[in-house]
Design a protein around this ligand. Structure first.
Ligand SMILES: [Zn+2]
Length: 303
């Protein structure tokens, strides 16, 4: 049977209409997410062994404990490569429907850098990390609230990694400390797909595609970018950006599909606020958190 003109018209109308309410459906509260970004920064720098790190673990536990089915503080220690001390590190793992075998990991790093090497005035001082640290976590805390009140089909592990940003420039071995530890000590069942958020709060948000992620999971990238554009978020651009060495890499090395949603142009292509003391909440926005959080949550409800 061939569709008549009326049917064609009706189906076009249905497609348009079904596209409209997407942004309202997920319930993602961007203002509350931005408050969580600000609250993390108010704790001060959150690099390993700092007072801010202690306070941050308490803060994350107080929010995620009542929301998740199980909350694990995965503690581990290692020798500090830059002193004679031991580093105390903690991954925070909030599991939803931990019995399910179909799983997705949503993750971000919660630690901030113990130095701000590109800052012209105080490169040795630890930084506050509003975008590089707090932004991804803020989105995941808000997603946790939504998963608690309105669960999705797959099991979800929200993981906040410690020690992502610890290494000195070019000392790649001492980055990704938490995610490297996690892939060797995972909570089971292990997820089939991993979505990492990093530097997603920039008020001038532009999210290009990390080629490392695209090689790992091209379909996942295309799906999420298309959904963002359908909702109306043109911050997502399906063009190649810089290649990322981030917390998704240890998963890819284990053969797991993993992508990094990251804006590495903060605020523009020169990335001038990155690893400086200009990485502060006033350079970020609730609108940017919404573009990423609402897209991700809407996608989760389609799984
Ligand atoms: Zn960083």
């Amino acid at each position: 049977m061939l569709p008549n003109v009326h049917t064609i018209y009706l189906s076009i109308l249905l497609i348009i209409c079904s596209g409209l309410p997407l942004s309202a459906q997920s319930g993602f509260n961007a203002d509350r997410a931005f408050e969580d970004l600000q609250a993390q920064c108010d704790l001060g720098p959150r690099n390993p062994n700092s007072d801010g790190a202690e306070a941050a673990i308490q803060f994350f536990s107080s929010i995620l404990g009542p929301l998740a089915d199980t909350l694990h503080l995965q503690n581990f220690r290692m020798d500090d490569p830059y002193s004679t001390e031991q580093l105390n590190l903690t991954n925070i793992v909030a599991r939803f429907q931990p019995q399910k075998t179909q799983r997705i990991i949503l993750c971000a790093h919660w630690d901030t850098r113990p130095r701000a090497e590109y800052d012209p005035s105080a490169p040795a001082q630890p930084m506050i990390g509003a975008n590089d640290g707090a932004s991804g976590v803020a989105i995941l805390l808000e997603i946790a609230r939504q998963l608690n009140s309105d669960p999705v089909n797959p099991g979800i592990d929200i993981i906040l990694f410690d020690g992502e940003d610890y290494g000195e420039p070019r000392d790649l071995e001492h980055y990704l400390l938490g995610s490297r530890y996690y892939v060797d000590h995972p909570f089971l069942p292990m997820a089939q797909r991993v979505i990492l958020l990093d530097m997603v709060g920039d008020a001038e948000l532009t999210i290009k595609v990390d080629p490392v992620s695209y090689r790992s999971a091209p379909q996942l990238i295309e799906e999420i970018w298309a959904l963002a554009n359908d909702i109306g978020y043109d911050q997502f651009q399906l063009v190649a950006g810089a290649s990322m060495y981030d917390d998704h890499v240890p998963f890819i090395e284990k053969g797991i599909q993993a992508i990094d949603i990251i804006d590495f142009e903060y605020p523009g292509p020169a990335n001038a606020y990155w690893h400086t003391h200009d990485d502060t909440p006033d350079k970020c926005s609730a609108e940017s958190l919404e573009a990423v959080g609402n897209t991700l949550l809407t996608w989760l409800y389609q799984q």
